[in-house]
Write a protein that binds this ligand. Structure first.
Ligand SMILES: [Zn+2]
Ligand SMILES: [Zn+2]
Ligand SMILES: [Zn+2]
Ligand SMILES: [Zn+2]
Length: 389
């Protein structure tokens, strides 16, 4: 395909002026990106419903037609805009100034001339199956490098300069000779440089580098929620809602509190009694009064010698630990109350007989250890009557 050539310069006196060729690299790149999906849509729309033609069969021909069409429209764009504004002096000029919008309009106009019968059936243009077909064909063209980026950029450069009515996107400078032109190009603010952010391959005009930097996905930034982390702008949103220790979190037990996620542990240990109360209320439903439950919550916390309760940061694990502890407490109580205290005592005492303690010492130790009723002692040890008194 032959590429159109940019305006070589303007006649002035006897010589030709040489124009600086630099333009806004990012705008040019975006324009080049626009061309491929535009072509994909035209190819799909013009072949849908036709059993004998596939998008890939018409792509070469339509690419040439499309480029000729938008190039021709862009060539006369400034003159057309001028005539139009002369004609409608009172009304606002309808044409946008953004080159991307202008070229999109040209491509839409071209595309509407290429739709076949099905393409005109209402609903088709907005249908998902049209979108899918366009996406598939776009992918196919990218895979086969049907229309490589470098070639699209060359066309985009010309288009950009042609429609840049306010001279915002390309350098208008012209010089008498090569030497002066190259001196200028060294300092030209449209000169493209590669974005200095690691991983970013964008080519950006020097004058636009600040704006690009403020938006560059590869810029390293401090976490927006002020955790310690520094990360790429493109990873920021995901970080802030998934792993950032500063992400706002609500109490999992339903307290009316919200705090940074990293304070969850602190909150759970500070409000353990309140959380226990809520969990116990669910476990025991209506069988206990609020006072009972509060008392039980305190008992459980005291009984929990390894501090497991404070480490449960959600309702389910806390419920499980509470149930475990309650079961253990119950077991201990029943083994204390249910078994015959005499047999317990005799076990204790038989252990003490191994040493060489006196009987008085023995009784004292036993009574102290089991806090037992002296009556049971006298039944067990009828030969210690005087020690009971
Ligand atoms: Zn320049
Ligand atoms: Zn960048
Ligand atoms: Zn963070
Ligand atoms: Zn809470």
């Amino acid at each position: 395909m032959e590429l159109p050539i940019a305006d070589p310069g303007t006649e002035r006196g006897e010589g030709v002026l040489l124009q600086c060729t630099y333009c806004d690299s990012e705008a040019m790149h975006k324009l080049a990106q626009l061309l491929l999906p535009g072509l994909a849509a035209v190819c799909v729309d013009s072949t849908t419903g036709d059993l004998f033609r596939k998008p890939s069969l018409v792509a070469v021909e339509l690419r040439k037609e499309m480029v000729d069409y938008i190039m021709q429209r862009s060539n006369t764009f400034i003159a057309d805009a001028f005539i139009e504004s002369e004609a409608n002096q009172e009304t606002e000029n309808e044409m946008p100034e953004d080159p991307l919008e202008i070229i999109s309009i040209f491509m839409d106009d071209f595309s509407s001339t290429k739709r076949n019968i099905i393409g005109h059936v209402s609903g088709w243009l907005l249908s998902d199956s049209r979108e899918d077909k366009i996406d598939d064909f776009l992918e196919e063209m990218e895979m086969t490098r049907f229309w490589p980026m470098e070639r699209r950029e060359a066309i985009a450069e010309v288009l950009l300069k042609n429609v840049d009515i306010k001279v915002k996107f390309h350098c208008p400078e012209k010089y008498e000779n090569e030497e002066r032109l190259s001196d200028h190009k060294e300092q030209c603010t449209f000169k493209p440089i590669t974005c200095p952010n690691d991983g970013c391959r964008a080519k950006v005009s020097i004058r636009c580098i600040e704006a690009h930097d403020a938006d560059c996905p590869f810029k390293v930034l401090q976490c927006e929620q002020n955790c310690e982390k520094r990360l790429l702008r493109r990873d920021m949103d995901r970080h802030c809602v998934t792993v950032c220790p500063m992400r706002p979190t609500k109490c999992p037990f339903g307290c009316d509190a919200s705090f940074p996620e990293r304070d969850l542990e602190k909150h759970c240990s500070e409000f353990l009694q309140a959380h226990l109360f809520k969990v116990l209320k669910v476990i025991h439903k209506k069988w206990h009064t609020e006072e009972d439950l509060k008392e039980l919550a305190q008992k459980l916390e005291k009984y929990d010698e390894h501090g497991k309760l404070a480490k449960a940061w959600d309702a389910r694990p806390l419920t499980n630990i509470v149930k475990d502890l309650e079961a253990k407490m119950k077991d201990e109580q029943s083994s204390e109350q249910g078994d015959d205290p005499r047999s317990n005592l005799s076990n204790d005492v038989s252990g003490l007989f191994i040493g060489d303690a006196s009987q008085g010492d023995l009784f004292f130790l036993c009574a102290l250890k089991r806090k037992m009723d002296a009556r049971i002692i006298s039944e067990l040890f009828p030969d210690l009557p005087e020690l009971q008194k």
